[in-house]
Design a protein around this ligand. Structure first.
Ligand SMILES: Nc1nc2c(c(=O)[nH]1)N[C@@H](CN(C=O)c1ccc(C(=O)N[C@@H](CCC(=O)O)C(=O)O)cc1)CN2
Length: 282
């Protein structure tokens, strides 16, 4: 199927959709789905169009053809082949529920992705990786070896042509340099309803505070810990009888669902950055 996705953001003004649809008409293109949002506060416009063409064209040729429209409106525009599977690198430490969930969704075809590899600073999930026939990279790290270990991660991203790095309960803080190099292509699952309970032990913090609702947050990774643009959140009710371990158990299911949704929306090119926030065309 010759279908593609156009995403763009630009200063808001009249004529944007008219010019985009005119460009599509010139290619004899047919719109399958279109969603837009005008942010009155930032005066920026956001658009996602899923369209079909009568015959195949390369993404490069399409982006070249669209360039005059993009320049006229000062757009940040990208075009993607809707049939291409994004390549993921999954990072995990000791908690494997999110990793397990993503591996099964990819294996069963629920999630249209290719898993290029799994990286861990421990060996707990080497056998799970082998069961799915996915390369496992054991990259231990200490504060002293963090630069070299992070270079190994970057080398894998380059070598395996990775589109998205997923921190599936990877419990090491990435350096500013690595975050900069992975801007907009690294998603983390934080095991709390941000901005509450940042850090490594949110369920213990939640228990101590006596909350009645816990949650999980998927966000793009930035140098500022747990501060990246939020993609998705969800919650679950809890009560006084539940220990930190009980909260961890209940929360793990929420984490897996929230991360899977965020990864799906990213690889379907449904997320656009709007400063420190996101626009998500579900
Ligand atoms: N630059 C960033 N790196 C990471 C982020 C992020 O938002 N920006 N998120 C974390 C995940 N995370 C919470 O979701 C988290 C992970 C680890 C820690 C932490 O304090 N780690 C300690 C070591 C803990 C351990 O070894 O168990 C540390 O790194 O010194 C806080 C929050 C992933 N990375």
């Amino acid at each position: 199927m010759n279908d593609y996705i156009l995403t763009l953001s630009c200063p808001d003004r009249t004529g944007i959709v008219h010019n985009v649809s005119g460009w599509l008409l010139g290619l004899d293109g047919n719109i399958i789905d279109a969603q837009q949002f005008g942010d009155l506060e930032t005066e920026r416009f956001f658009l996602r169009v899923h369209f079909m063409l009568p015959s195949a064209m390369s993404v490069e040729a399409l982006e070249h053809s669209f360039a005059p429209v993009a320049q006229r409106f000062g757009m940040q525009a990208r075009i993607y082949d809707a049939q291409r599977k994004s390549r993921l690198l999954l990072l995990v430490s000791r908690q494997g529920h999110c990793l397990n969930d993503l591996l099964f969704r990819a294996h069963s075809g629920q999630l249209p992705v290719a898993i290029a590899g799994i990286v861990s600073n421990h060996t707990d999930y080497a056998r799970m990786a082998a069961a799915y026939r996915i390369p496992f990279h054991h990259l231990p790290v200490t504060p002293e070896t963090r630069p070299q270990q992070e270079q190994q991660i970057l080398d894998l991203v380059e070598k395996e042509n990775v589109d998205l790095v997923v921190l599936a309960r990877y419990m090491q803080i990435l350096s500013d340099d690595l975050c900069r190099k992975l801007t907009g292509r690294a998603i983390n699952i934080h095991h709390s309803f941000l901005p509450s309970f940042k850090g490594a032990r949110p369920y213990h913090q939640a228990h101590a505070r006596g909350v009645k609702i816990i949650g999980a947050t998927a966000h793009y990774v930035t140098a500022d810990l747990d501060e990246g643009p939020i993609i998705e959140q969800d919650i679950e009710r809890v009560d006084h009888s539940m220990s930190p371990q009980d909260l961890t158990q209940v929360g793990s299911d929420v984490e897996s669902l929230v991360l899977a949704r965020a990864v799906r929306w990213h690889v379907e090119h449904r997320i656009l950055l709007n400063g420190q926030r996101t626009v998500v065309f579900k």
